[in-house]
Ligand binder design. Sequence first.
Ligand SMILES: [Zn+2]
Length: 75
Amino acid sequence: MDDEWPDTGIVRNSVRCGRCGDEIESEHKHDFKMCSCGAVGVDGGKSYLRRIGRGWIDTSIVEPVTTRYPGKTGY
Ligand SMILES: [Zn+2]
């Protein structure tokens, strides 16, 4: 809990490299992954979407937070 960010709605934090075709996913906040050719990377897990490099295709899934709290429109 300590330094976790508030609910971001991030379900999956991943990109596909346009060069080597690898799909990489950051599963935790400090889980930094790079593709096999080293062109792109992801970081941030469920806390934030961080992309390194160029030529990636976003394959992540982010839910609008409001859809996960039916009946609420905000905080
Ligand atoms: Zn690559």
